[in-house]
Design a protein around this ligand. Structure first.
Ligand code: BES
Ligand code: MN
Ligand code: MN
Length: 452
């Protein structure tokens, strides 16, 4: 397998770059055509590797369902990922353009390198390596969507209508990262999410801030007081009922986390911060992996142009999300948020909450046999077995990938400092070159186990 990589490296890199050049930003309507192009790019790739590819239409961006050649008696492995990416702004912070993939000091920089095109490409290339070495040892399927970054609505509908698509011996989800370079890991839980927009209106129209200021209610000011009520500086939310079902990580888990090669100082440095924020009683790992939270992503309202304008804004909006941990339910949290906003909203303001998307948290226990296989593959290729970790991120479709009881393996070749959703997102090329033989070996070992 290593031969395949050494031989094909430069061509593979050019291929990946051509995929990364397609700005498949799922949230922006003007990039819908690019999303389709990115799907077509991958469909062509998989067809070339002998896969039967179906393009499934949704209300927005297409899903790809691809089946490899049948291998009678061998296990079935389903690989999930996404070809859509987050918007690249702020553009001026990119050293090279987000859609002009560029190599610098061993990394490939572009939007989507780590999240998630590069990681999908890694598994697809492992399949290519196996095809070049006598064929696939398992019944391989790919399920690749274009709406992950906007909540996976189309795929949710599809998998609810066709639950048997996820019947498999293992579902491989390469949309996460390893805990540190040289330390392969598997996530045992992901946080869920409630994406919301809170809108405040305090006036019929904007007013002169001299003539009315001091007496007329300002929508931005009302909004910030409201947000402060929901989440005071202690970092613990004041949403009634919100913590009722929060499950504590087990003592065993906490102990395992202590042994991980990550430190609070390292985390602060990686974040580019001066100190930690949030709930002081909890370690940084608990804060991002095992505690629910609330973040404001953007505040819209008032005057945003160059220069000055003395105005009292009539309306203000906060784009925000709650992150949820195991045992919480997205539908409950959404209802609790709406109720809390109502409770804290002053009488003089019209306040509304719109829920944009939701995803439940997931638990993916590592008991099933495919985890042993994965561990063995990592030991052989990476010289270290898998560490159980969690991740604070969300992958909305995972609960439905579990609906036929297949074990879901959340593992990836990305690194914590890849800069997902941020400027200068990168993939460390060494990780990619090692990832290809890793996933190839994993599939070989799956085949050898023959479904037992
Ligand atoms: N791949 C990420 C989630 C992730 C990253 C999980 C690293 C674990 C480790 C995914 O693409 C993502 O960003 N999800 C969104 C989901 C949301 C937009 C519905 C998220 O977590 O914000
Ligand atoms: Mn992703
Ligand atoms: Mn993402």
């Amino acid at each position: 397998m290593q031969d395949f990589v050494s031989r094909e490296k430069s061509r593979l890199l050019e291929d990946l770059k051509s995929w990364l050049r397609i700005p498949s930003i799922s949230t922006l309507p003007e990039n819908a055509g690019d999303c389709r192009k990115a799907a077509e790019w991958l469909a062509a790739r998989l067809k070339k590797l002998g896969f039967q590819v179906n393009t499934i239409e949704t209300d927005r961006h297409p899903i790809l369902w691809a089946e490899g050649p049948a291998v009678p008696g061998a296990p079935t492995v389903l690989s999930y990922g996404h070809y859509d990416v987050q918007p690249p702004d702020p553009l001026n912070e990119w050293v090279t353009g987000p859609f002009e993939p560029t190599e610098r000091n061993g990394n490939l920089y572009a939007r989507g390198t780590a999240d998630d095109k590069g990681q999908v490409f890694c598994v697809v290339s492992a399949v290519e390596a196996l095809q070049a070495n006598g064929g696939l040892p398992v019944n391989m399927r790919f399920l690749i969507e274009g709406e992950e970054e906007i909540g996976s609505k189309g795929l949710t509908k599809f998998l609810k209508a066709e639950p048997d698509r996820v019947k498999a011996d293992a579902v491989l989800v390469t949309d996460v990262h390893m805990v540190a370079p040289g330390y392969p890991s598997v996530d045992t839980a992901l946080r869920g999410i409630v994406h919301a927009e809170i809108k405040v209106r305090t006036l019929k129209k904007d007013l002169h801030s001299g003539l009315y200021g001091g007496a007329a209610p300002n929508a931005i000011e009302t909004l910030w007081h409201l947000l402060e009520q929901l989440k005071p500086p202690t970092g613990t939310m004041r949403i009634p009922g919100f913590y009722d079902r929060v499950a504590k990580p087990s003592a065993r888990e906490l102990k395992a986390w202590k042994a991980l090669p990550v430190t609070e100082r390292g985390f602060i440095k990686e974040a580019g911060a001066k100190a930690l924020g949030g709930e002081k009683k909890f370690s940084f790992l608990e804060r991002v992996w095992a505690r629910p939270t609330f973040e404001v992503h953007g505040i819209v309202g008032g005057f945003q142009g160059a220069g000055a304008k003395t105005v009292i804004p009539a309306e203000a909006t906060a784009k925000c999300s709650l992150r949820l941990v195991p045992k919480q339910r997205a539908a409950d949290a959404a209802a609790q948020l709406k109720k809390a906003v109502k409770k804290f909203a002053p009488k003089y303001a019209e306040v509304s909450v719109e829920i944009l998307s939701t995803a439940d948290p997931v638990e993916t226990p590592l008991e099933a046999w495919p985890f042993e296989v994965l561990d063995k593959a990592y030991r052989e290729v990476w010289k270290r077995g898998i560490a159980p970790i969690r991740s604070g991120g969300s992958i909305p479709i995972v609960p439905l990938l579990q609906q036929r009881k297949a074990p879901v393996l959340l593992t990836g070749i990305g690194l914590p400092d890849d800069g997902l959703h941020a400027p200068n997102e990168k993939l460390t090329l060494e990780q990619l070159w090692k990832g290809i033989p890793l996933f190839a070996r994993f599939l070989q070992l799956m085949g050898e186990r023959g479904g037992k």
